[in-house]
Design a binder for this molecule. Structure first.
Ligand SMILES: C[S@@+](CC[C@H](N)C(=O)[O-])C[C@H]1O[C@@H](n2cnc3c(N)ncnc32)[C@H](O)[C@@H]1O
Length: 457
């Protein structure tokens, strides 16, 4: 039994290199037949080989069965799994229990836009996350029938809502799906602008060199006017209307340029809570995934930004800040000093001295000079008011009541939620929640100055 998923499924990590065909042949006799017949020299131009590879990986690594029509896309598993796994981590790291870990009890509802004949994303996610449910859509009847059959033979149909839609319908059809909220949407969009572009890329038409592997995708699966960028931009425009009805909107991109142009658009529109990652598994095929949110939960830094994404690609604001400790600094004492500092502020702060970890909730900047001055002024006013209370005018009392109400309302708001963890070599500050990058930076600055000003112990 796998301790991480509790579902008996071995694979919980992304693929980071080529598939070990020899090992797969040992695990799966159908694959062994092809592997042995070709003496390990697999022919990826043969559709049967490509299909068998997908079937065998799904069986051996995810305990999933799959049947596919010969004239529909056969999904290579590694990149698909890396996208699904990234979505899992994104959801886990933006959790109201602020743990960053998988919570098996958490109920999560996702939507796969354009699920295809395989229903690959729904199958992978439902198999590895027993408490998740999925909605899947597609415009292609043949693919929908095949997707339903695949979900049924794996007993995953009861946890799936299947909706066949039309090209002109919303891509995130809330009403038709009859759902209140979605935790995420995902999509592998049609990549090509037209049939000519598809033929050039998939079949090498008009090119000197043909591609290394066959693709059985049909035109309606692969072509959309404007390609992946236009399809994802449609999702984005819907997201601007739906906003927080979906926590994370996401899509795969097949082209670096489309992904970059899309990120430029997010930046221009000041959508600052986003995440981008490469999905490559070491082979020639390169894909990227982008997610964006109008909510204020911030994902882990390694999930949201990596410089491997590519040159001059906009990246979101870092959600982690590291303060290195000097050799002479004793982590336990540093932890205590941070605990003392943060306990003295007007924030909610819980510190676990054994784990050297704390979590804090700040309504706004309560450490800056401006706040401290205001606080002093209000305290002074309060003293004066108490002294003159007998002569107090009704209007003044009313004013005080109103300003008191305002303060308590301000404090209810989540300005910044953060976690501080002190290890042997560093203090790690993690931004868990909030929309204000200035507030976050200012808080990191406060801790940085405090830790660095302690030269010894
Ligand atoms: C590249 S395929 C992806 C299939 C599958 N998700 C995968 O990853 O292998 C794109 C899918 O989007 C579907 N599609 C195209 N336009 C759509 C729309 N307006 N609404 C829903 N699905 C659509 C196509 O029929 C096709 O199945």
């Amino acid at each position: 039994m796998d301790p991480h998923t509790g579902s008996g499924i071995p694979r919980t990590i992304p693929y980071d290199g080529p598939i070990d065909f020899k090992a797969l042949a040992r695990k799966d006799s159908d694959f062994a037949e092809i592997y042995n017949a070709t003496k390990g020299e697999l022919d990826f131009k043969n559709p049967q080989t490509v299909q068998q590879l997908t079937k065998s990986i799904l069986k051996a690594e995810f305990d999933l069965k799959i049947n596919l029509p010969d004239d529909r896309l056969c999904p290579p598993v590694p990149i698909r799994w890396n996208y699904a796994h990234w979505i899992q981590e994104l959801i886990d790291s933006t959790n109201s229990n602020y743990s960053d870990n998988y919570d098996p009890k958490r109920q999560v509802v996702g939507l796969d836009i354009g699920t295809g004949a395989s229903a690959i994303y729904a199958m992978l996610l439902l198999r590895t996350r027993p408490n998740w449910t999925m909605c899947v859509t597609d415009i292609d009847k043949k693919s929908m029938d095949s997707a339903a059959a695949n979900l049924a033979i794996n007993s995953l149909l009861p946890r799936t809502k299947i909706l066949q839609t039309m090209p002109s319908n919303s891509l995130i059809p809330f009403q038709a799906l009859n759902v209140e909220k979605l935790d995420f949407t995902m999509c592998n969009p049609p990549f090509f602008n037209d049939v000519q572009e598809m033929n050039e890329s998939l079949f090498g038409t008009g090119k000197k060199k043909a591609p290394n592997a066959v693709c059985t995708g049909s035109e309606n699966e692969m072509v959309y006017p404007g390609g992946d960028l236009a399809f994802v931009t449609r999702i984005y425009k819907e997201s601007l209307e739906l906003k927080e009805k979906v926590t994370w909107y996401s899509s795969m991109f097949g082209r670096f340029l489309s992904m970059k142009v899309f990120l430029d658009r997010l930046r221009a529109d000041k959508v600052e809570n986003f995440a981008v990652t490469p999905l490559s598994t070491g082979g020639n095929t390169k894909r990227w995934a982008v997610a964006w949110s109008f909510g204020d939960f911030r994902p882990r830094k390694d999930l949201s930004r990596t410089h491997e994404v590519g040159y001059k690609t906009p990246l979101p604001f870092p959600t982690e800040y590291e303060i290195l400790l000097k050799e002479e600094q004793e982590p336990r004492n540093v932890g205590q000093a941070i605990n003392t500092l943060l306990s003295s502020l007007d924030i909610t702060w819980h510190y676990d001295a054994d784990k050297q970890t704390g979590i804090g909730f700040a309504p706004k900047n309560v450490w800056g000079r401006h706040y401290r001055r205001e606080k002093q002024r209000k305290e002074k006013e309060k003293v004066n008011a108490t002294e003159g209370v007998k002569n107090m005018d009704v209007d003044v009392k009313e004013q005080d009541r109103k300003s008191g109400e305002k303060i308590s309302k301000d404090e209810e708001k989540v300005g910044l939620v953060f976690k501080v963890r002190i290890s042997k070599s560093e203090v790690l500050v993690r931004w868990l929640r909030g929309t204000d990058t200035v507030l976050w930076e200012s808080f990191c600055g406060l801790l940085d100055r405090s830790v660095k000003s302690r030269t010894s112990t």
